[in-house]
Design a protein around this ligand. Structure first.
Ligand SMILES: Cc1cc2nc3c(=O)[nH]c(=O)nc-3n(C[C@H](O)[C@H](O)[C@H](O)COP(=O)(O)OP(=O)(O)OC[C@H]3O[C@@H](n4cnc5c(N)ncnc54)[C@H](O)[C@@H]3O)c2cc1C
Length: 314
């Protein structure tokens, strides 16, 4: 096993690989420990190179996008955290736009609106990056982002780069093949059509207003904690209760419940908010309380939408 630091020095130059970097400020939950090693890559080529060096050094790799759907363990993340940054957006042809993994969804929305490309405007206000959005097939207003994707460029953990069409991505509710294969998204191509920027801007503003009305955006959170129940996975919700994780948490009387600095948002039953003092352990315990209570009262097994990074045992 080679030394990760010297491998990075040779390929990336001095100072690009950092040790013991606090991850909390890189997440919207604002909790969790440090990355043992962190590199902020500036291009797809650097992501591929970083993966290769980690493999040579025998270091486990974790990808961090916008940090808006993760809970980082208090003890941090061992090995190498790759945090793609920057990235480019380019018009492929009249009907397609390519965006790198690190591009934010909001940046992509702005770009497409300004270039008169319709299709992504309703996603305004979705935190995170193209990479994280495709990993979890982000959803909004009954739509999933995978529906807009025509092709993605992936790199396997072994370093093989491939272009993969949408129908091989195994997109489902909160699902993509990346969750099974560990492949890393480098870029994605989105289908667009011609649109009038002024009209697209109105749709974007309506999405932002809806979020402001329904989500507790003033406190740190990771968005929805749980996936909604799903008939296709055998879930059954008692009559009279909406098929929504937030409604189940609410009906179980859990809104406002707090453990340490973590609280189930009084405004939205599927959000846990951090009052600024929460630890990952507080949040994890509160998640367990919600799951237990919803199971006991309604017989429904809630599954997390958020992703745990680092050692889940702390
Ligand atoms: C206030 C708020 C509102 C939200 N509203 C919504 C919403 O309406 N709809 C919705 O679906 N989600 C919502 N979310 C959750 C979050 O915005 C999305 O899940 C988002 O797509 C996560 O992207 P990210 O870049 O932040 O991913 P991260 O949180 O950084 O990572 C999530 C997962 O993706 C993986 N990942 C990241 N980049 C890559 C890559 N390039 N290749 C492979 N894997 C990668 C990570 O390893 C991790 O497992 C909300 C969150 C917040 C805080």
């Amino acid at each position: 096993m080679s030394d990760l630091a010297s491998l990075f020095r040779e390929t990336f130059g001095a100072d690009r690989l950092r040790r013991n970097v606090p991850l909390a400020p890189m997440t919207t939950f604002r909790v969790g420990g440090a990355a043992e090693w962190l590199v902020e890559t500036r291009s797809s080529g650097e992501i591929v190179a970083a993966l290769g060096l980690a493999t040579r050094a025998g270091a486990p790799v974790t990808i961090l996008g916008g940090g808006s759907n993760v809970l980082v363990a208090d003890s941090g993340v061992r090995g190498l955290v790759i945090r793609p940054r920057g990235g480019e957006i380019a018009q492929v042809d009249a009907e397609h736009v390519r965006a790198d993994a690190a591009v934010t969804i909001n940046g992509l929305v702005r770009w497409t609106i300004n270039h008169g490309c319709a299709g992504l405007e309703a996603w305004a206000g979705t935190p995170g990056t193209v990479g994280g959005g495709i990993f979890g097939n982000a959803h909004f207003g009954g739509r999933v982002i995978g529906d807009l994707v025509t092709e993605v460029r992936l790199v396997s953990r072994g370093g093989e780069v491939r272009d993969v069409p949408r129908d091989e991505m195994a997109f489902g509710y909160d699902r993509s093949r990346l969750q099974d294969t560990g492949e890393v998204l480098l870029s994605a191509v989105f289908a667009v059509s011609r649109g009038e920027p002024a009209a697209l801007r109105l749709t974007a503003r309506a999405s932002l207003a809806f979020r402001k009305q329904t989500q507790p955006l003033e406190s740190p959170s990771a968005g929805c904690i749980f996936q909604n129940p799903d008939r296709s996975r055998g879930d059954a919700v008692p009559a009279g209760i909406p098929w929504s994780a937030g409604a189940l948490v609410d009906r179980a009387g859990l809104k406002g419940t707090a453990i340490g600095g973590a609280r189930v948002s009084p405004a939205h039953g599927n959000f846990i908010v951090n009052d600024g003092t929460a630890t990952a352990a507080d949040i994890r315990r509160l998640i367990a309380r919600c799951r237990d209570e919803v199971r006991r009262q309604f017989g429904v097994e809630l599954r997390e939408e958020i992703v745990y990074l680092g050692d889940v045992a702390d």
